[in-house]
Design a protein. Structure first.
Length: 128
């Protein structure tokens, strides 16, 4: 299996940046479009859990927007072959003294071969 093919890393970086832009702008339509709409999709948030695309969409309609002061640190993109990737990042914001951690599993899916988040986890910890 090929790890970190440059063209695949570039594709995943582009969709991750698209997701991050949507997250900070509270662009719910784009965030929903970038998550796999399937029962198998899981999102573990800071204080909540969603199983399935419908649960994620419902949660997004009522959740607090991400602070605009959000800054990413130490983002790592790793691709496995041409159709699977992970993205891990740390983040900070003016809204909390805690350090955020975010991990996403991305897969190329569907007839259009679009990259989708198939699993995500967000957490906060005190600064080490």
């Amino acid at each position: 299996m090929d790890i970190n093919l440059p063209e695949v890393v570039a594709e995943v970086c582009r969709v991750f940046v698209e997701y991050e832009r949507a997250l900070v702008a509270n662009d719910i339509e784009t965030m929903n479009a970038l998550f796999w709409d399937a029962l198998e999709t899981v999102r573990y948030g800071i204080a909540e859990i969603q199983h399935g695309g419908e649960a994620i969409r419902q949660w997004r309609e009522t959740c607090e927007p991400v602070p605009a002061s959000r800054t990413l640190h130490r983002t790592v993109v790793t691709t496995f072959g041409r159709d699977f990737a992970t993205v891990s990042t740390e983040f900070t914001s003016d809204a909390t003294p805690l350090i955020g951690r975010q991990m996403q599993s991305w897969a190329r899916l569907g007839p259009a071969d679009r990259w989708k988040i198939v699993a995500a986890h967000v957490s906060l910890i005190p600064e080490p």
